[in-house]
Design a protein around this ligand. Structure first.
Ligand SMILES: [Zn+2]
Length: 351
């Protein structure tokens, strides 16, 4: 398959990995994040092949030699190559326990047996128990020679900050990920805003649509956590500390689920703005992520123009960073959306 297959769904990722191998500037550890776990697994496999193939080409592994075939093997999942180790969550607990990470660590510290590089792939790295993540931290701090660690996750925010900071992050595009139909009103309002440049009304309509989606999500995740935790059943428990702890846990779970939902909406908006940028560059419309909106996007790209299209992508990236840092959500969103319609200052707040 080689990197060519990856390039179909993740061209940017394939290019970065290929270039890093070519220039021999591969990091010791990567954090693969984004929406598409399958694409991340594909990238991990292609990378392992490129590094261990008996006759690699610029396109990566040859797919034919023994090393490539062992890495491609599906039993056990993740392959049969002795130098490539995959770690999956246990099927019952859905957790990655400390012993699994210790085993991986041991393998990474050995010399490669068959190939040139040891590759450890942690699928759904966010499933690690805190003990597992802590134990593995040492390996990340002092990665063994000729080893490569790949952490795959759709929820990077669940990983320890110290883990995140020790890995080079590679963002997988949303291609291949399913579009959430409930994002549609927000995306419609975003397109309307871009079409009516300078309209404060359009900006507030978009803000209203975003607010509407987020409020509904909040209710949905609250109900979901409620159902999962079934706290009502424990009303009889007298221990107040226990109730306090459970309440904190409930709040933390709601907050985390809400953030994930908000993050996905922001990514959906970012991809629409990237589509506008693609159209502003008059690039091939086949590259568009939101193919269903192609007819609206093509003329809009020309109208918005390259400079504003680029600014808008920067604005949405910035607001995502701000939201990760716990800023005031409403204010951050409002300022961002007003900037997108060409108004740099936030409207005066009426109290
Ligand atoms: Zn090969």
């Amino acid at each position: 398959m080689s990197f060519k297959a990856l390039a179909k769904s993740q061209p940017a990722v394939a290019a970065v990995l290929q270039r890093s191998i070519e220039n021999k500037r591969l990091a010791h550890a990567y954090l693969f994040t984004g929406d598409a776990l399958e694409d991340m697994a594909l990238a991990a496999r292609e990378l392992a092949k490129a590094l261990n193939c008996e006759s690699p080409t610029k396109q990566g592994g040859c797919d034919k030699c023994e090393a490539c075939q062992k890495i491609d093997a599906t039993t056990p999942p993740g392959g049969q190559h002795p130098d490539v180790q995959w770690v999956f969550a246990e099927s019952k607990s859905r957790r990655i326990r400390i012993d699994l990470m210790r085993e991986l660590e041991r393998l990474l510290r050995q010399k490669p047996g068959m190939g040139r590089m040891k590759v450890g792939v942690v699928f759904e790295a966010d499933r690690q128990t805190p003990e597992a993540a802590n134990a593995f931290l040492k390996t990340l701090e002092e990665p063994p020679d000729r080893s490569l660690i790949l952490l795959l996750t759709v929820q990077p925010e669940q990983l320890l900050e110290t883990v995140q900071s020790r890995c080079q992050r590679i963002q997988f595009g949303a291609a291949g990920a399913k579009l959430n139909p409930e994002h549609a009103p927000v995306l419609d309002a975003l397109l309307a805003l871009l079409g009516e440049s300078g309209s404060v009304l359009a900006a507030y309509r978009l803000l209203g649509a975003v607010r509407g989606f987020l409020d509904a999500e909040k209710k949905r995740v609250e109900a979901e956590v409620e159902m999962r935790m079934q706290l009502d059943r424990y009303r009889e428990v007298k221990d107040e500390d226990w109730h306090k702890k459970m309440e904190e846990e409930r709040e933390a779970q709601v907050e985390a689920a809400y953030r994930r939902a908000r993050g996905k909406l922001m990514v959906g908006m970012e991809w629409l703005l990237r589509d506008v940028l693609v159209c502003a560059q008059e690039a091939d419309a086949k590259l568009l992520f939101h193919q269903d909106r192609r007819e609206a996007l093509v003329p809009l790209g020309r109208k918005v123009g390259l400079e504003r299209a680029m600014d808008n992508v920067a604005v949405i990236e910035e607001v995502q960073e701000q939201l990760e840092r716990n800023v005031n959500e409403s204010l951050a969103l409002e300022v961002a959306l007003l900037r997108m319609c060409g108004l740099s200052a936030p409207a005066p707040v009426v109290t």
